[in-house]
Design a protein around this ligand. Structure first.
Ligand code: SF4
Ligand code: SF4
Length: 206
């Protein structure tokens, strides 16, 4: 698959893992849907580096099977050094953390491969207060991603599930049935990924 211009690319890994190219295309579509909506809205986003209270507050972040493959790949094959050790420890303790296990020092350790839901949740105007879920407290400030691009990303994801018929993919997205594929990020059995990270040699830091 020839990458769309502007999307993240890992050429060697994409050759080894053909599903990765599809995931990166989907993420690119998702990012485009977010950028387009921010531009159309015209307000200033409150979200920024080091702001991560949503990674604690949100306990129902959906993650799709293809996204889980991407997270597992990135964590086990790309993270190195202290960050790798911290993530592995947090994956083992994830039930007691009160935060997403990938949140390290107020930053997302898997940022390039973070799920669609994390990419799409953005808030305008004011930074969220500790414990605030702006979706419930001030929905008008929550970004609504461009629906056409968001749905296109979901339809593309269905290719991973061998659903090639365009009309069926459209139906599954428009009826919301596609969301049945998702699991809750916070409720995953992350110990399995921690074990995989321990078994694989860490890459050399770049
Ligand atoms: S959603 Fe709220 S907590 Fe999360 S980055 Fe944006 S402003 Fe910060
Ligand atoms: S995956 Fe990253 S962005 Fe999403 S909740 Fe976890 S730390 Fe936050």
């Amino acid at each position: 698959m020839k990458p769309q211009s502007g999307r993240l690319a890992f050429p060697e890994d994409e050759n080894r893992h053909p599903w990765l190219a599809l995931l990166l295309e989907i993420q690119h579509l998702t990012n485009q849907g977010v950028s387009k909506a921010i531009k159309a809205d015209g307000r200033k986003l409150a979200c920024g580096r080091g702001c991560a209270s949503c990674c604690r507050t949100h306990t129902d972040i959906p993650v799709y099977p293809l996204e889980l493959m991407g997270i597992a790949w990135y964590a086990s094959e790309k993270l190195s050094g202290e960050l790798r050790d911290r993530v592995r420890q947090q994956l083992l303790q994830h039930r007691d953390l009160g935060a997403c296990p990938f949140l390290v020092d107020e930053a997302c350790a898997i940022h390039p491969l973070r799920p669609m839901a994390c990419r799409q949740f953005n808030v305008f105007n004011t930074v969220c207060a500790v414990g605030e879920d702006a979706f419930h407290t001030r929905l008008a400030d929550v970004l609504k991603p461009d629906l056409k691009l968001k749905n296109e990303a979901l339809r593309e994801m269905l290719r991973h599930h061998k659903i090639t018929d365009g009309r069926e993919r459209r139906r599954l997205v428009e009826t919301g049935e596609v969301h049945r594929l998702a699991q809750s990020l916070r409720e995953m059995r992350w110990e399995t990924l921690a074990a995989r990270m321990a078994a694989l040699p860490a890459p050399r830091p770049v």
